[in-house]
Every structure is written in C-alpha cells, then in structure tokens.
Design a protein around this ligand. Sequence first.
Ligand code: URA
Length: 484
Amino acid sequence: MAAPGPAVPRGFLPGGGSGGAPDPLPEPKPLLELIRLKRDGGRLGEADVRAFVGAVADGSAQGAQIGAMLMAIRLRGMDMEETAALTRALAESGQQLEWPEAWQGQLVDKHSTGGVGDKVSLVLAPALAACGCKVPMISGRGLGHTGGTLDKLESIPGFTVIQSPEQMRKLLEQVGCCIVGQSEKLVPADGILYAARDVTATVDSLPLITASILSKKAVEGLSALVVDVKFGEAAVLPSQAQARELAAALVGVGAGLGLRVAAALTAMDTPVGRSVGHALEVEEALLCLDGAGPPDLRDLVTRLGGALLWLNRQAEAQAEGAARVAAALDDGSARGRFERMLAAQGVDPGLARALCSGSPARRRELLPRAREREELRAPADGTVEHIRALPLALVLRELGAGRSRAGEPIRPGVGAELLVGVGQRLRCGAPWLRVHRDGPALSGPQRRVLQGALVLSDRAPFAAPSLFAELVLPPAHGPTDTQK
Ligand code: URA
C-alpha cells in the first residue's frame, strides 16, 4: 500500500508489486474525486485507473481534468501496481494486435525515452527485419524538446504513420517491419495523454513514461523489447540514477505483463550523430543504412540491436547480435527493408527507390529543405569537449523544428548539421554548426545560446566515447554483458 505523504517528484512511490493480479473492481469514483485522491497523495486502485483512462478514451474527461490528473501523478508519483494498472488500462483502450503462430519468438521492438538527433529507430527497425525479426513498432511524436520518430518519417513525402492492425499485419508479412503511430484503434488513450503531457510539463514522470512506453508494447504481442533509457542534460531524465530507476521499472512492470524487457542506459548530452531536425535526420539514417554515417549512431544501432537479438535468444552473445546487425547495414539488406517499408507505408515507390539508392546530394533534393542556411564559427582554437544538445534543441524548436502546443505543425526542413564531432580539434573562426532555417536570420540571443552549446578545451584530440553506458536485464536473463 502506498502511503499518502510528501510529494515524490517524478518518481515511483514505495510499495506495490510489479504487476500481479488486478484488484477486485469496486464501483468507479467520479473523476473529480479521483483527481482529488491523487492530488492528496492517495493511491488509485485498478478500478480508479480504469475509470480515469476510460474517461480519457471516451472523451468525457475535460482537458483541464486530464492535465490536473497528470500533474497530480507527476507530483505524487505512483507505485508499481498503479503503474502496471495504468499500463494495462492504456493498452486496453484499443485493440490487441494478433499475429500468426509461426511468428512466435520473432516479434521484437525497440523504444527510446527520447533524445536529440535520435534516429536509431529508423535504422534499427529495418535492420532487425533483415535479421529475420518481425518489428511492429508503435512509435511517438516529439515530446518536450526531444524529437519524434513519427515526425521524422513524415518528412518523407507520402509516408503514412496511421495503419490499421490489418495493414500492420500485411506490412510485417511483406517487409518484416513497420513504424506506426497511435490511432483510434491502437492505444488511443496513450495518444491523448502523450499529447497532453507535452503541454503540461508532465513529460518527466517515471510512472507516466513507463506506462506510456509499455502500453504501446503490450499490444504488440512481443517476445522481447529493448528500451533506450537516455540520461544526461538533454534527456527527459537528466540523472543516471533516475534513468536506472526508470529502467528497473520498465523491466519489472514489463515482466509483470509477460514482456521480456531490457533497458539500455545511454548518454544524451550531445546529439546522436551529426544532424538534428526531421529531414536532416532521415538523410543521416539513410547514410547509416548505407553502412556509413557517424560512428556514434552506428555504435548505438548495433549495440541496441545486438542486445535485443541476445535477449530474444537469437544470438549467443550481445557482440554476436551486434555483428549481425552491422552486417545487415553493410550488405544493404537493412536499406532494402527500409525502401520496402517506405513504399508499403505510402511513399511513391520511385521516390523510395531514389531516396535509398541515391547519393547524399540527391537525397537532399528529394526531401523537404529549409529556405536558408546560416553557419556559426568557433570563437577560439580548441578541442571539442562537448556539443550540448539541449540548447541546440531549444533553439531549433523556436525555429519550428518542434512543437509548443499539441498538434502544432512542424517545419520538416528546419534543423542543424554539426560540422565537427566530439574530440576533434577546431580552429578559431572555423564553421562548427550549420543551421537550416525557414524564417529570418538567427537573433542575437539565439546565436548566443547556440554558441554556448560548443564546449572547447585545451586537451589533445581524443576518440569520442560510446554513448552506451549499461544494460539492465530481467533477472532470469543472466549477468549484464555489455562488453561481450
Ligand atoms: N516514449 C513514449 O512512448 N512515451 C514516453 O513517455 C516517452 C517516450
């Protein structure tokens, strides 16, 4: 039983198991009473959680009530049982996906808590399909200052993220992967809460993140899931300790729901790769699918994929799984799956082919482009110690690459290219950032914030460290094995 008591910002309340048998369902309380109960630090039973989610899904909850409940959860926390109940209720707000018997053991997925420049899903879903997996990925839009996989894919003309369960099955049969969004049929209540969290400062709540991610995965009928839990200045959860707490909840609540989940803790201080912004990130994902592109992106893709293949017992060790994913990038089979996925999800097949087989310059012509480019120059000689993703993302959001209101349109061509990498030497006056913008020139304050993202030191040049820090596994899966 969770004690009413002082607010526990963001986190989980002590007490409660990791899923267990649902409470017997007494009469649901009125929504106002549920909000008051959570506001005052009480515990929501299974019936209460279902009543709240039901009211969200059927439209009877007012926006203000949804926001109030989210804030009460954000401030008061939820124990593991409440979180599991919320996960189940969100999952059951839509349809459960069903697959042929023959796919058992092949269904896997990856999800991220959100980062800057994080285009891993665009590469990993087709790479896993090329390794013989079925990947029914239900993904999200940008949340807070972080980018969303669906928004990135929608920068490709014609790409359609809304797919029915029947269409998803066809996609998995024909391609082996799909990347889709919530819809009226798929976890609709999470779609509503996700958008509401984005505009009510309730993104960084551990139970809300856990339930949001796992509800989408629970309906996918997976045999294994890896979650990329980011920590660092530009992550939703800055501290590694908090990220570890979230990782433990994802693994534990997942186990309670019958889902084998591993959580990778990865650093999110510097953007992943060299580009931030929707169309620019698609270009970079295509480079990675060519077997090239920035080493940190490829490292993250192969390590997450390797961990997942190992967790799903399709590889003897993580390193073997990572090598299989790397081979799918190098031999073009992952890119072939990506091309087929684009065409099967609404992109003109000629465009999908041209994007996948074209040169980087041709790809840029085919994707939306911002009207202007503007470069920033290094203010001094130095070694790039750090490129801070958060100020970069905040300015890009102001320029239209992100949303400040739910449902707002975004500018797909707006973004930035990092012209240097961490560890590289930079000369005073050399360009280090190219901003792609649609609007007027950067303001003085915007330039100052962006220049503050470049951190130089007197150190000798060095090799940038891997972003991958640790892997949290379900207890039955043996010791952590990040090096093998
Ligand atoms: N991804 C989700 O689907 N939900 C979150 O809350 C965070 C990342």
